[in-house]
Write a protein that binds this ligand. Structure first.
Ligand code: PLP
Length: 403
């Protein structure tokens, strides 16, 4: 099948819950992907930050193949010989005592919420609890995650919703404190709001949330599903403010771009609320996932991808800020997680992404106005320079078309 035929077949048989760019990928290697017509592109989206290691990193693929030749699935009804090392590495990497493996990010978010609620029941005897979340958050698509979304489209038609959440404005610490009452058990937040359009909170905000949680003896749950594993130039984004949350939610890049692997990470005082039978997942912690997770963590550290993200992220951000074009409202981000916002009067970000695709860069609009740049963390300075030249050209050209 060619591109057109493939898209037609998918259109015919699938739900129309996505609006992809009209490109059909059939190969990936490092930062590069190839379409059915043989065109090559730099992947500037990285599977929504799940491909921090690039496509098909040889050590991760080897781990997958080797494990596939032994045993792939046990369920947690039995032990397997990969999970211990995986959990140990994840705890060492993050500096926490315990990890509980799941599969997708949303599932890990649910797990964190369950852990917080159980912790509050066991320790404070609170059952009618409230968790504070933030306007414009994104924590996944499950009923509970959308129950505390402020995005009309994510919620419309999917009620009734899970109760027990209230929303504050992101960055407004006084507003957060006003919402705290005797029912409050936790605050859940992204350290940068990715899906909202790479919204970076005011400097010091995470620390203020940490202090508030400590003062009121409630839990700080930080969702690092998109920002984790080097994306923002630190192992986890919260490290930029020298704090330690109570529960960290991780996913995406933990699976090395080849397999869904997620987890919550916390200390024993919280994790110990889970007793046998309280919570579970058929595939969570399966040996294939664990072997891939081990390789993903090893490769990230051994190949200094976090350092590369910090150094080249700063370089790329500063370079993007030099583009002289009235269409740009703002360029912002941290590490290799960067958003470029187009002023409304210059049209939506989609047409810029389509033009970038024609030039060999795959990006995706985030909401209406933001182009997100989140390349694999293995990208080089030269490759970023090439990408920059194309972005510079496209923004200037497209912004001049029927404004
Ligand atoms: N949390 C955050 C911050 C995310 O960015 C995402 C996905 O983009 C999720 C949770 C949900 O992850 P998943 O799509 O793997 O369920």
């Amino acid at each position: 099948m060619n591109t057109e035929q493939e898209i037609k077949v998918v259109d015919k048989y699938s739900a129309k819950n996505y609006k992809p760019l009209p490109v059909v990928l059939c190969e990936g290697n490092g930062i590069w992907v190839t379409d059915l017509e043989g065109n090559k592109y730099v992947d500037m989206l990285s599977g929504y930050s799940s491909l921090n290691h690039g496509h098909r990193h040889p050590k991760i693929i080897n781990a997958l193949i080797e494990q596939a030749g032994k045993i792939t699935m046990t369920s947690r009804a039995f032990h397997n010989d990969k999970m211990g090392l995986f959990l140990q590495k994840l705890c060492d990497f993050s500096g926490f005592e315990k990890a509980l493996p799941m599969n997708t990010g949303a599932e890990a978010v649910e797990t964190a919420i369950k852990a917080a609620r159980k912790w509050a029941k066991v320790n404070k005897n609170i059952t009618d609890s409230e968790i504070i979340a933030f306007n414009d958050n994104f924590h996944g698509r499950t009923i509970t995650a959308i129950s505390f979304s402020s995005e009309k489209q994510y919620r419309d038609g999917f009620g009734p919703y899970t109760p027990g959440f209230v929303l504050a404005n992101y960055g407004d610490i006084a507003g957060v404190e006003k919402l705290i009452n005797e029912k409050t058990i936790a605050i859940i937040l992204e350290p940068i709001q990715g899906e909202a359009g790479v919204i970076v909170p005011p400097k010091g905000f995470l620390k203020q949330v940490r202090d508030l949680c400590t003062k009121h003896e409630i839990l700080m749950i930080i969702d690092e599903v998109q920002t984790g594993f080097g994306r923002t130039g630190k192992n986890f984004c919260y490290e930029h403010e020298g704090i330690k949350p109570d529960i960290v939610v991780v996913g995406k890049a933990l699976g090395g771009g080849v397999y869904p692997v997620s987890a919550i990470i916390c200390n024993d005082r919280i994790m110990s609320v889970f007793k046998p039978g309280d919570h579970g997942s058929t595939f969570g912690g399966n040996p294939l996932a664990a072997a891939i997770g081990i390789a993903a963590l090893d490769v990230l550290v051994d190949e200094k991808m976090v350092e590369n993200s910090a150094e080249l992220g700063e370089y790329f951000l500063n370079k993007l800020k030099t583009i002289e074009c009235d269409a740009i409202k703002e360029v912002r981000g941290n590490g290799l997680m960067i958003g470029l916002e187009i002023k409304k009067e210059y049209g939506g970000a989609r047409k810029y992404c389509e033009a970038l695709m024609e030039k060999g860069l795959l990006c995706k609009e985030t909401h209406e106005q933001v182009i997100r740049f989140t390349p694999p963390l293995i990208i080089t300075k030269q490759e970023l320079d090439d990408a920059f030249n194309k972005i510079n050209e496209v923004i200037c050209e497209v912004s001049k078309q029927d404004k």
